[in-house]
Design a protein around this ligand. Structure first.
Ligand code: CU
Length: 495
């Protein structure tokens, strides 16, 4: 049995990378807010999460050493109940401060798990007790929330990801059982990557003005002799911490309706999923029931997105449910579905081309009007930071030193974010402590789809609305770790 060692920092610019990592670490330490001694329930916690280094056996010959929750990957599935308060102890058994973010929940700043908002760190070899009321109901998750920069052993490159399921007060129950799937890559390395294609998204038409601006900046950067900025790639891929073919299959019976709760726990990747001979009836996006459940042949999930979909098991056999990318599936991004009484080699069949369109699951009703609209332009400065791309929102790269809010809100108001992407990358855009409603996506109006991450295609635009109903600093960022860490964040603030 061999133990894989991480092979990060094998590029020539190791010194510069180390410098970038050190700056990030310093900023995080300086920014550490002090913990308020709020009245906290005493006694035993409902849940305890211990952060420590451990091993993940992705396959018998691929064992990865990384930071984990409770020594497991994924971290323990936390089943919480909507509206019933919980007490959680978070123990940090590592040498560096940590943040644990409750992604998709409407929790206060002290709990949320983002230093930029003011959540206290879980100090190295320290413990933090938090208490909160879970909500909204549905599929959420928890993950570390640091800014690792060039250090690919930290932040969400590590194994600090776990699923939260908040049981609604009334469960619809149109399925026979639930299966939770966590999609996650391991062994990241830096590369001089190319463009992230957005042609899997519906209506891939680019907006000319955004394209001219982004392509012009890229041409100028190339002409000045700069290479492409760094990208991150991975050598190992897994579902529920096992590479395809190495874990237990999901055993099903003909006629069963299985509700899959799928989390994209990646630090940087957009994932697809197909199951040959079957279709997915999407019932919830990011844990929130969609207005119009609909069947699709393929799922696409941006970084940190979740999909809940029912599959009716009606094509007996042994199948590979996996990513469309042959390379990634070949290195582990898949899981075997095995019907009772069937045996043999799992089969994969490439699905017909299909474009992912959020609006399929939405309504076309007249949309609510916002009280105010914020215009946002996202842009890339190619290879501007020690070879890393710098990302800006309205021309400003977020400063971890200053951590200044860019947008002031008023409580109770409805805000529209008109987000325009002047880069060719897809950005999974995330808003903390609030959910938003998709209003406009790639030129199409929609309503009723409530999410907390939305993929914005290259040179496209998206409009979302949210209500300022959870006061305090609120972080907004691209969930692609490499984008977020190098400028693609901002803060809203209101009292
Ligand atoms: Cu991004």
């Amino acid at each position: 049995m061999t133990i894989d060692r991480r092979t990060f920092l094998h590029l020539g610019a190791a010194g510069a990378l180390a410098g970038a990592a050190a700056r990030t670490a310093t900023a995080q330490m300086l920014a550490a807010p002090s913990d308020k001694a709020a009245a906290m329930p005493q006694g035993k916690a409902d849940h305890t999460i211990r952060i420590a280094n451990g091993l993940v056996e992705l396959a018998s010959d691929h064992i990865v050493s990384t930071k984990l929750y409770n020594g497991e990957f994924p971290g323990p599935l936390l089943r919480l109940k909507e509206g019933r308060p919980v007490v959680v102890d978070i123990i940090n058994d590592t040498d560096t401060p940590e943040q644990l973010h409750w992604h998709g929940q409407t929790v206060p700043v002290e709990v949320d798990g983002a230093a930029e908002e003011g959540t206290p760190y879980i100090q190295a070899h320290g413990t933090r007790r938090i208490s909160f009321t879970p909500g909204p109901a549905g599929l959420r998750f928890y993950h570390t929330h640091l800014v690792p920069g060039a250090d690919l052993t930290n932040g969400q490159y590590s194994g600090q990801v776990g699923t939260v399921y908040i049981e609604p007060k009334r469960e619809p129950g149109r399925y026979d059982r639930e299966v939770f799937l966590m999609l996650k890559e391991f062994q990241p390395t830096l590369s001089r990557g190319g463009d992230m294609v957005s042609d899997f998204l519906a209506n891939p038409a680019r907006i000319k003005s955004l394209e001219d601006s982004g392509e012009g900046a890229m041409r100028a950067s190339m002409a000045s002799g700069k290479p492409h900025g760094y990208e991150v790639g991975y050598s190992l891929f897994s579902i529920n911490g096992r590479m395809l073919g190495h874990g237990e299959p999901i055993r099903v019976k003909q006629g069963e309706r299985v509700l899959f709760h799928i989390v994209n726990g990646s630090a940087t990747e957009i994932r697809s999923l197909a199951l040959p001979g079957h279709r997915f009836e999407v019932v919830a996006l990011d844990g929130n029931p969609v207005p119009k459940p609909a069947e699709v042949p393929v799922l696409w999930l941006g970084t940190a997105e979740r999909v809940s979909a029912i599959v009716e098991m009606k094509t007996p056999g042994v199948w590979v449910m996996g990513d469309l990318a042959d390379d990634d599936r070949g290195k582990g991004m898949g899981i075997v579905i095995e019907y009772a009484g069937r045996a043999g080699k799992p089969r994969w069949v490439k699905p017909m081309p299909y474009r992912w369109d959020y609006a399929v699951f939405g309504k076309q009703d007249a949309a609510a009007n916002p009280d105010e609209t914020f215009e946002m332009i996202f842009a890339k400065n190619n290879a501007a930071l020690d070879g890393f791309n710098e990302w800006t929102i309205n021309g400003v790269a977020f400063s971890m030193e200053k951590m200044e809010p860019m947008f002031r809100l008023r409580r109770g108001k409805r805000y529209r974010l008109r987000m325009r992407n002047a880069s060719d990358d897809v950005h999974p855009i995330h808003l903390h402590r609030h959910s938003f409603e998709l209003m406009h996506i790639a030129g199409k109006g929609t309503s009723g789809i409530i999410k907390d991450v939305v993929m914005l295609g290259g040179y496209q635009e998206v409009e979302v609305d949210f209500v300022a109903d959870n006061p305090g600093r609120t972080l907004f960022h691209c969930h692609q770790q490499l984008h977020m860490d190098f400028g693609f964040m901002t803060l809203f603030d209101y009292v």
